[in-house]
Write a protein that binds this ligand. Structure first.
Ligand SMILES: Nc1nc2c(ncn2[C@@H]2O[C@H](COP(=O)(O)OP(=O)(O)OP(=O)(O)O)[C@@H](O)[C@H]2O)c(=O)[nH]1
Ligand SMILES: [Zn+2]
Length: 361
């Protein structure tokens, strides 16, 4: 590929987040005749990728066989938002030959008691947590989403939707700000357009939308895209039960540049370990630094700053309980994944030992 067409690729794909750094990383793959592409949607064994056509330089969506990059570990499987190397000349259809290392990734615990992780979106700049103002905000759930978002490496942003349905949006926003240290909380309405410009300005680049079913994620995606790209629930859900409209994760380009990944409503949001929890509860981490003992368990030790903050109401009981609950979950998953990784390593080790063993005389 000539230098000229490479820089065309950079400028064409930059709307999707392609950078000169990625381009440099990709150089050997381009040399091998592969084309950089962003995965816009994943189905079984195949995916839609967006790429700059090597001939015309124009953006094109191509269906590609993703089996060559499949993996028994769900975390390593291709995911919406991944950057990929595509072989356009493959027969009978283009194939995904390689996945590029992820910059950020939202990973939750797989559903149904499994200890596998599941990647919801990759290479995003902002995780937009949508929660409806129409119902009492579920603070515990928002805290959970915040921990998940911080852990992704991207910047969290809380968006309270359906502002047109309530009078006291600012009051609720203040409550949510209390549980979201360091995070911007916006109030928007897709119905009236309130707050959408601020939202656009707050979330440049690639954004992933997460939240409960019925939170208004698809409506927001449509509002940002300026066209009906996602199907929206027909009737106004009051109970939100079993009414999932969005079933796939899809990367949608935005007119002003950037892209948004709409995800299906999440009922189960198990954490998958990591430091995100500490960031989501940063004020507790700061408090703990003032405990007399540096290994304080915050139960009954003298000079415990957490206990003092609980006693005088600076740290609400609900917030502390929520932190402990998520921490227990994280520890459980950490113990499970460690055990599994150990088992995996033991197995690989056995294979190596077996193949290295000299043949029997
Ligand atoms: N009044 C009002 N209703 C809204 C607004 N945004 C969304 N809704 C309604 O809320 C319902 C749910 O919206 P969706 O966008 O489908 O919700 P979702 O989060 O994408 O749901 P899933 O796809 O199931 O995850 C629909 O009936 C929307 O019309 C808003 O700003 N104001
Ligand atoms: Zn303490």
């Amino acid at each position: 590929m000539s230098h000229a067409s490479l820089s065309t690729t950079v400028s064409t794909l930059s709307a999707y987040g392609w950078t000169p750094e990625l381009d440099e990383l990709f150089a050997p793959l381009a040399e091998a005749g592969l084309t950089p592409a962003r995965i816009a949607r994943v189905d079984r064994g195949q995916c839609d990728v967006v790429l700059a056509d090597p001939e015309s330089g124009e953006l094109r969506t191509v269906r590609a066989d993703s089996r060559p990059v499949g993996s028994p570990n769900p975390i390593d499987c291709p995911c919406t938002g991944d950057w990929a190397a595509v072989d356009l000349s493959a027969d009978p259809m283009p194939t995904v030959s390689a996945l590029l290392p992820r910059g950020t990734a939202i990973i939750r615990k797989g559903s149904g008691g499994r200890s596998d992780g599941q990647v919801l979106a990759a290479n995003i700049d902002t995780v937009l947590i949508a929660a409806s103002l129409a119902a009492e905000p579920d603070l515990g759930r928002i805290e959970r989403f915040l921990a998940l978002a911080w852990e992704s490496g991207a910047e969290p942003l809380v968006v309270l939707t359906k502002a047109d349905l309530v009078d006291d949006a600012d009051h609720i926003r203040a409550d949510v700000e209390q549980i979201a240290p360091g995070v911007t909380v916006l109030v928007v309405s897709a119905e009236t357009g309130e707050g959408l410009d601020v939202l656009r300005a707050c979330a440049p680049g690639s954004t992933a939308l997460i939240g409960q079913s019925g939170a208004g994620k698809s409506t927001l995606t449509n509002a940002l895209a300026g066209t009906d790209v996602m199907a929206v629930q027909q009737t106004r859900a009051t109970d939100n039960k079993g009414r999932h409209t969005t079933t796939t994760r899809e990367l949608i380009p935005l007119p002003g540049g950037g892209a948004v990944i709409d995800t299906p409503g999440l009922r189960e949001v198990g954490l998958y370990g990591g430091e995100g929890l500490a960031q989501a509860f940063s004020e507790i981490e700061e408090l703990a630094e003032n405990c007399r003992f540096h290994d304080c368990s915050h139960r009954s030790e003298p000079g415990c700053a957490v206990a003092a903050a609980l006693a005088d109401g600076v740290l609400p009981e609900r917030r502390w309980e929520s932190y402990l609950k998520l921490q227990r979950e994280n520890e459980w998953i950490a113990s499970r994944t460690d055990a599994r990784l150990r088992a995996e390593r033991a197995r690989q080790w056995k294979i190596i030992v077996k193949s290295a063993r000299p043949p029997r005389p």
